[in-house]
Design a protein around this ligand. Structure first.
Ligand code: GAL
Length: 429
């Protein structure tokens, strides 16, 4: 058992603690796991969740680090709380052993378990929400052995008026910010506005306070879709926070999320993660190339990685993406909490070139091709931190595992919508 002091010492030794630490260190690194929503929406039950957990073991994903099994919306009885205890009641037709029975089994399999609720009177699916019941619900979740709470933002009653100001699209602070939704908006937040005075902050803090009173650490994952500039305060009450609206399984949506999230990366560090939403890899019409980009950028940004598909029917090449060692190593680096960030970029279009550091001194470089045909992408030494113009460096291709000595310029012919993933290592001749 690791003590709080040990975790803090560890975190201090190995870099900054940017976010709110948990007693057992959970949430220090981006969460890796599975969530029911993108695969099943409301059509969930114990068998589906257990089957996902078993697949995660069989496919070697648990060994690769995937540890959370998260139940999303629609797990409870829709109409009422228990009249005596006021607790949310699990739907026993979907979860015959209750949530705690399933949690016990999943814990026995070596997983942690997540549940879902909402900072309004009802969830987005219309099930009981936790507003005004935060203490009861946090205590119930703790008693059931829950390790992770995703907390949504639907059905906010009129007694909690909308925030006074509008949030701007995050490219607002760049002169060319063409998407700046605040230009000409009289309700745009003034520069430097303190969003912790907003009602959104207050509603989400209520549950954070309730979780902090429990006798077990519960990773707190905000899902308010990036409203109220959550990236400026999320780390005061939680370990991760969604920064955009919902993902859908098509390329334009993946690009949209990248285009938005790429501006917000200063808020990412240990215990402090922008959540680009759950993976849609395996769903809809996302191709292999598009899924590689989706997975590469999500890991590069150190977003939580929550698989959202039916693993029993997922094709092996997609499973290989989910097991990619280089990208998972980057996401789960114990010594560096900051994400990869764009370079050679004009601040407006989705960034093609990304780089970040591994704790062992190597560099991760991504080259993304957003075009609809194959394109050659290149980076010169000197543009990657720690490299010098004109030298040679050992480069390992993150998809094939092949290494070679690359002189002067790293180039790749990247397929449409695909991403080249490279590890830049020691000098070579
Ligand atoms: C949305 C949320 C989704 C999912 C859904 C459940 O607000 O962004 O990820 O949780 O609610 O109804």
């Amino acid at each position: 058992m690791i003590t709080t002091t040990a975790v803090l010492t560890l975190a201090l030794l190995s870099g900054s603690v940017s976010g709110l630490s948990t007693k057992d260190g959970s949430g220090r690194l981006p969460a890796l796991g599975w969530n029911s929503w993108n695969a099943y929406r409301c059509d969930i039950n114990e068998a589906k969740v257990l089957s996902a957990a078993k697949q995660i073991q069989t496919l070697g994903l648990q060994d690769a680090g995937y540890e959370y099994i998260n139940i999303d919306d629609c797990w409870s009885i829709k109409d009422a709380r228990d009249p005596t205890t006021q607790r949310i009641q699990p739907d026993l037709t979907k979860f015959p052993r209750g949530i705690n029975g399933l949690v016990d089994e999943l814990h026995g399999m070596g997983f942690k378990v997540g549940i879902y609720s909402d900072a309004g009177t009802k969830t987005c699916g219309g099930y009981p929400g936790s507003l005004y019941f935060e203490d009861i619900d946090a205590a119930t979740f703790a008693e059931w052995g829950i390790d992770y709470l995703k907390y949504d933002n639907c059905n906010v009653p009129s007694s909690w008026p909308s925030d006074e100001y509008h949030n701007c699209h995050p490219d607002y602070n760049h002169p060319s910010g063409p998407n700046n939704t605040c230009i000409g908006d009289p309700k745009a937040a003034p520069p430097g506005y303190d969003w912790t005075t907003s009602n959104t902050f207050k509603r989400f803090k209520r549950m954070g306070d309730a979780l902090a009173k429990q006798n077990r650490p519960i990773l707190y994952s905000l899902c308010e879709w990036g409203q109220a500039a959550v990236e400026t305060w999320g780390s005061q009450i939680a370990q991760s926070w969604r920064v955009t609206d919902d993902i859908f399984p098509y390329w334009a949506k993946v690009v949209h999320i990248i285009t938005y999230s790429q501006h917000l990366l200063n808020s990412v560090d240990f215990f402090s993660h922008n959540d680009a939403d759950m993976l849609d890899l395996g769903n809809g019409n996302l191709t292999l190339a598009e899924s590689r980009t989706h997975f590469a950028i999500w890991n590069a940004m150190k977003s939580p990685i929550l698989i959202g598909t039916d693993l029993a029917v997922l094709k092996p090449q997609f499973v290989d993406i989910l097991r990619n060692k280089v990208l998972l190593q980057f996401s789960q680096d114990k010594d560096i909490g900051t994400p990869a960030t764009p370079f050679k970029w004009d601040y407006t279009a989705p960034a093609e070139y990304w780089q970040g550091g591994f704790g062992n001194g190597e560099r991760l470089v991504l080259m993304v091709n957003y075009a609809d045909t194959t394109a050659r992408k290149s980076v010169n030494w000197g543009e990657v931190k720690g490299t010098e113009k004109g030298r040679g460096y050992v480069v390992t291709d993150g998809w094939t595992g092949k290494s070679s000595c690359v002189k002067n310029t790293l180039s790749g012919d990247i397929e449409a919508h695909d991403t080249g993933v490279y590890v830049v290592g020691r000098r070579c001749h």
